[in-house]
Design a protein around this ligand. Structure first.
Ligand SMILES: Nc1nc2c(ncn2[C@@H]2O[C@H](COP(=O)(O)OP(=O)(O)O)[C@@H](O)[C@H]2O)c(=O)[nH]1
Ligand SMILES: [Mg+2]
Length: 339
């Protein structure tokens, strides 16, 4: 749809019928209206005036409806009063419905202050307008503007879309206990019985302003039945690819080889059970580990804060909030950027 066509706007609520009022807005509205309207009788193009007149509405050479039309110079718009059924409205080249942009959706579903502030910033600086404006910019400026927009968008998408973070590690390291602290509630069963957690448990939470889809999984360890084997296979599938991991290690014991094997560049290591005293021979590749104790529910705020800050550092993200200009909020919007 061209940007010119896209300036038709429905003023009335959409329903199953009745009369709808559609506006053609702007200084060139009379010419654009004449492109859509035919006089009754001789089918000549019709320029609306302030006097309400019946006309035929034609789209792509076909008569769609008989409409009442008049110009309202005070509001800089031509109004078309037509049948309100979707069969008619759906055939018109209308502007996207209000409330349908990614920023509008984020505004409705915001999980915290930072997402709300980002949604409001993006509503004030619509991405579609920014992308349309790039076409007129000189080449050099355009390339720089696109680079800056990509950088802002990386942060905006991270703020708008929850990042999966998979808790992994040996059985009994404290994964489920950490999950409960991150969620501020006893969501998952914890205890000394190895293999207690089987089905992955997922919950949304906001840490340091960024949304996360936290998944607790079965721990690595001895498995002696089919169910445990299936639970481990699901855990492995969830952390496959480039998912962010939190590798929970019982810091009061020597680190098992199976835990060391779970470490990669997207892993935050949590050295847990600090309260029990820390064992020697901490692996050198775990130098950036976060040392914690999760046993006490009263520690939840400080645990959340520490884990949130460490995840943000691992992902190379700035403090959560507005990103300083137009930004894409999802993959569809990102795809609108020229290469
Ligand atoms: N002392 C102490 N015990 C902990 C801590 N974190 C977890 N635990 C205990 O370790 C045991 C195993 O915890 P759980 O979260 O079920 O381990 P998971 O198998 O990794 O999910 C439970 O008895 C927890 O209460 C901690 O920081 N300090
Ligand atoms: Mg568990």
């Amino acid at each position: 749809m061209s940007s010119e066509q896209a300036r038709l706007r429905v003023l009335t609520p959409r329903g199953i019928g009745g009369v709808s009022v559609v506006a053609i807005e702007g200084a060139d509205r009379l010419d654009r209206a004449a492109g859509l309207l035919r006089r009754r009788g001789d089918d000549a193009p019709m320029r609306p005036s302030a006097r309400p007149t019946l006309a035929r509405l034609c789209v792509d050479g076909e008569v769609l409806d008989e409409v009442l039309v008049f110009d309202r110079p005070d509001r800089q718009r031509v109004e078309l009063h037509l049948h309100g059924s979707e069969a008619v409205l759906g055939a018109l080249p209308l502007m996207p419905r209000e409330g349908s942009s990614a920023a509008d959706r984020l505004l409705r579903s915001a999980l915290g202050d930072a997402q709300l502030a980002l949604a409001l910033e993006q509503r004030a600086h619509p991405w579609s307008e920014f992308v349309a404006g790039l076409a007129d910019a000189p080449d050099a400026e355009r390339a720089a503007a696109i680079d800056a927009a990509r950088a802002r968008s990386r942060v905006a998408v991270a703020l708008a879309r929850p990042c999966r973070v998979v808790l992994c590690g040996a059985q009994n390291a404290g994964k489920s206990t950490l999950m409960n602290r991150l969620l501020f509630q006893d969501r998952v069963l914890t205890g000394d019985t190895p293999g207690l957690t089987r089905d992955p448990v997922r919950e949304l939470t906001v840490l340091d302003g960024y949304p996360y889809d936290v998944v607790d999984t079965a721990g690595e360890g001895d498995v002696d039945d089919e169910i445990d084997r299936a639970a481990l296979a699901r855990a492995r599938a969830l952390r496959a690819g480039d998912a962010v991991r939190i590798l929970v290690v019982d810091g009061s014991h020597a680190v098992p080889a199976a835990a060391r094997a779970l470490h990669n560049a997207r892993t935050l290591v949590v050295r847990n059970k600090q309260d029990l005293g820390l064992a020697a021979n901490w692996p050198t590749e775990f130098v950036d580990a976060l040392t914690l104790s999760c046993a006490d529910p009263a520690d939840a705020p400080s645990v959340r804060e520490a884990v949130g800050a460490a995840l943000r550092a691992l992902r190379g993200l700035p403090p959560a909030g507005p990103v300083g200009g137009s930004a894409a909020l999802d993959d569809d919007e990102l795809a609108m950027l020229p290469n």
